[in-house]
Design a protein around this ligand. Structure first.
Ligand code: GLC
Length: 516
């Protein structure tokens, strides 16, 4: 039996805090900026926010390198600002969830500083993963693991030992075999739960546990994503104990939830994280990994639905986040990319379960081409500009005709904003019934209020090549997608919403429609 909980069919909105709204003019978004734009989020109709890390950090990975997980970085505001944001969001009926990063800390965290000052074999070093190197003088790293950002996953310290970092060298991995590490995460969870947060997004939730002996990986394994090759860096069985610990804490707080960032696509392995004493939700990245093709999308949806079916958890859907290309660009860019992204928004919002939107997708934003000198992402530095994630992290355009479009009063935003966004500001789109923002608003509103969205199961219709149509078995909503090059006849029914205008009653190419 599935629990009836607020998050099970919620629309979450990911706020990339650096890029949402800047209140103090330093060119970087902050908590007060989010507070000032809550009216917008209410209009958009989202149920909950996921705020990316705003904790004390030297920002080597823009906040995913945390120096103190129980304080706000001055760049983003104060704990008082956080409390105000939380209270005001709650007044508007919007839940607030925050990121936690249990796999690693910053190298500026007090623990890592004391580990560096202490001797090999000391309790200070045991909170991280320090090892001697191999070779006559220990000059080679302890194993062949590579970092998700490229290059070796080990860095050598002056006394000759090496420490492990699955991400940047400024993000040393914690040793989860050390009980102090779990105790500290528990403190962090309670700290934010007691302040009133509604839940957490758990960063790299398939990391943390490391296998005994740290065996070599198959060098053919991908850097971060799921792989067919032997890759002992991720998804070790020991990770489940950690999720059980997290769940025990959450269960003391009524209605609190956690979603895990788990780059595991094998349905059986993924569903283990959703057992009743572990996570409530797991991100499902299949739609992100699938190109704009009806057959491929149908397979991705069907496979995604097998995960919740195994364990009785809600499905989750996401098309974009701060780590991947914006969907407009993934689907080919330009007008076609926008049409396809609008179509996929209707597909996603028609599906049963929880939806995660990424800020800016409701404006139809595409990747921004940045000069290598403007790139700030550590992955661009180690793996090459083409792997830089800045392209999908550019600050949001709110109003006016010129950058920074009301994001900040400072024209020097942390990433430059393109002048071409003048037509895509919230101000321009909000009154335009055909805008992407209006499409999202209508879709979210219908999803929330229309009885056709009931039921968890889908029934698939026969459809012409390049198209699909499914029906929500409980409520009866029909969603049709056309990824072919020509218009197709729609299934019978009354059209509730379409991602582009119908042509002679037909659904044009690169479009989706809802019918009842
Ligand atoms: C997650 C975050 C990503 C970050 C990494 C390391 O994948 O989403 O932005 O770089 O973890 O914390």
């Amino acid at each position: 039996m599935r629990q009836e909980a607020w998050w099970q069919d919620a629309v979450f909105y990911q706020v990339y805090v650096r890029s949402f709204a800047d209140s103090d003019g330093d060119g970087v978004g902050d908590l007060e900026g989010i507070h000032s734009r809550l009216g917008y989020l209410e209009l958009l109709g989202v149920d909950a926010l996921w705020l990316t890390p705003f904790y004390r950090s030297p920002m080597a990975d823009h906040g995913y390198d945390i120096a103190d997980p129980r304080d706000v970085d001055p760049m983003f505001g104060t704990l008082g600002d956080f409390d105000v944001l939380l209270t005001e969001a709650h007044k508007r009926g919007i839940k607030v969830t925050v990121d936690v990063v249990p796999n690693h800390t910053s190298n500026q965290h007090a623990w890592f500083k004391s580990a560096m000052a202490a001797a090999p074999g000391s309790p200070e070093r045991d909170r991280y993963i320090f090892r001697d190197g191999v070779g006559p003088t220990g000059e080679d790293p302890p194993n062949n693991w590579v970092s998700a950002f490229g290059g070796p996953a080990w860095t050598r310290v002056p006394d000759g030992q090496w420490y492990l970092h699955l991400f940047a060298p400024q993000q040393p991995d914690l040793n989860w075999a050390n009980p102090e590490v779990a105790a500290d995460l528990e403190r962090t969870l309670r700290f934010w739960l007691e302040r009133g947060v509604d839940g957490f997004r758990i960063d790299v939730a398939h990391g943390m546990a490391k296998p005994p002996g740290l065996p070599d990986m198959d060098p053919r394994a991908d850097a971060l994503g799921p792989s067919h090759y032997y890759d002992p860096r991720w998804d070790n069985d020991g990770v489940h104990e950690i999720h059980q610990m997290i769940r025990k804490v959450l269960d003391e707080f009524p209605d609190a939830m956690a979603v895990g960032e788990i780059w595991v696509t094998d349905e059986e392995r993924l569903s283990r994280y959703l057992r009743p004493d572990e996570l409530h939700l797991a991100f499902n990245f299949r739609l992100v990994l699938t190109h704009f093709d009806a057959d491929a999308m149908r397979t991705a949806i069907e496979r995604s639905l097998t995960v919740p079916a195994k364990v009785g958890a809600p499905a989750t859907w996401t098309l974009g986040n701060h780590d991947v290309w914006r969907q407009v660009s993934r689907y080919g860019g330009g007008e076609t990319g926008v049409r396809r992204a609008r179509a996929m928004a209707l597909v996603e919002l028609a599906l049963p379960g929880t939806v995660y939107l990424y800020n800016g997708e409701e404006l139809g934003l595409a990747n921004v081409e940045l000069a290598p000198a403007d790139m700030a992402d550590p992955r661009a530095k180690t793996s090459g500009a083409e792997f830089g994630r800045d392209v999908s992290r550019v600050p949001l355009p709110w109003e006016g005709d010129l950058p920074p479009f009301g994001f900040s009063r400072n024209p020097r935003t942390w990433l430059p904003m393109p002048a071409e966004w003048a037509g895509l500001t919230v101000e321009k789109q909000i009154e335009d019934a055909d805008s992407t923002l209006s499409l999202y608003r209508q879709a979210i509103e219908l999803r929330k209020t229309h009885p056709a969205f009931g039921g968890d199961e889908l029934e698939w219709y026969g459809a012409p090549a390049g198209c699909f149509a499914f029906r929500r078995r409980g409520g009866g909503l029909v969603c049709a997608l056309n990824t072919s090059a020509s218009p197709i006849a729609l299934p019978p029914g009354e059209v509730l919403l379409s991602s582009s205008p119908l042509v002679d009653g037909k659904l044009p190419a690169d479009s989706a429609a809802w019918l009842i």
